[in-house]
Ligand binder design. Structure first.
Ligand SMILES: [Zn+2]
Length: 273
């Protein structure tokens, strides 16, 4: 009788251990986990308090920890073009994307250190703890010139080049989000091409690698799609997971806020506000 009870408890434990957080995984055998879909996460402001467009440094750090513990492996958006080459066996790719280049994404302190509470600082610290399992990969979509100085190339005047070069040296990707957060559906094709062209001209002064990815401001496509011909990857603002056979010109994203973590990942969040 006791044995039956022990067996029963064992089965319950095994079942509960297998149950949580597996929306992107199909196979169960160890080492042969295969994914059918993958997330491209979308971050905006990193700062306090937590909000619709802002993730606190603490919650961002917890996001990374959660992804790591649940078998995710960071890649750049452009890496997807290589067909998941180099992805460690059993891992699920995740792309962290950052729109609008606010200082919370990458900030230097007065002493020249990277602010450990900025996204760049948090990612670097996590990478230092897990050098091979969490490489420095993420895709940034900066703005060049807007009416909000904090969002112009990560906010700190004079440090724009240093930050862009550092991101590139780490192996992260720089994409574009247009010059001034321009709604591509609301301006002429010529104006849209000019906004994108000026943005890329500025960014490539600092980053030698070709810019192949764009995040559409507010997710709006231009009426004349030839404006986007120079890109290999176009990121939207919503849509959920991408299938393994994804459409590079319609990359769906999931905003990394509590409600979306719960909806798409079934994650039980432990939120710090
Ligand atoms: Zn934006």
């Amino acid at each position: 009788m006791n044995r039956i009870i022990v067996l029963f408890i064992f089965v319950i434990l095994v079942l509960s251990a297998c149950a949580p957080n597996k929306p992107a995984v199909t196979s169960a055998a160890p080492g042969t986990v295969k994914f059918t879909k993958f997330p491209v996460l979308e971050y905006h402001l990193i700062g306090r308090p937590e909000g619709r467009w802002q993730r606190t440094p603490e919650n961002f750090a917890k996001d990374i920890e959660w992804l790591y513990e649940n078998g995710y492996f960071p890649v750049n958006l452009r890496d997807l073009l290589a067909g998941f080459k180099g992805l460690p066996k059993g891992k699920i790719p995740v792309v962290l994307t950052f729109d609008d280049s606010s200082s919370g994404q990458f900030r230097y302190l007065p002493d020249g250190q990277i602010d450990p509470e900025s996204a760049a600082g948090i990612l670097k610290a996590f990478h230092d703890k897990h050098p091979t399992e969490w490489p420095l990969r993420a895709t940034f979509f900066p703005l060049i010139e807007t009416s909000a100085p904090d969002r112009n190339l990560f906010g700190q005047k004079g440090l724009e080049a240093k930050k862009l070069r550092q991101l590139a040296v780490w192996g992260m990707e720089i994409g574009t989000h247009t010059y001034s957060h321009d709604r591509l559906d609301k301006i002429s094709a010529a104006a849209a091409a000019r906004s994108i062209g000026r943005s890329i001209d500025t960014l490539t002064k600092y980053v030698s690698r070709e810019i192949v990815s764009i995040s559409l401001p507010q997710g709006f496509y231009p009426a004349d799609l030839s404006v986007l011909n120079r890109f290999k990857l176009v990121a939207e603002v919503a849509g959920g997971f991408n299938p393994v056979k994804f459409d590079p010109l319609h990359i769906k994203r999931i905003q990394a806020i509590d409600s979306e973590w719960q909806k798409f990942f079934g994650r039980k969040t432990f939120v710090i506000y």
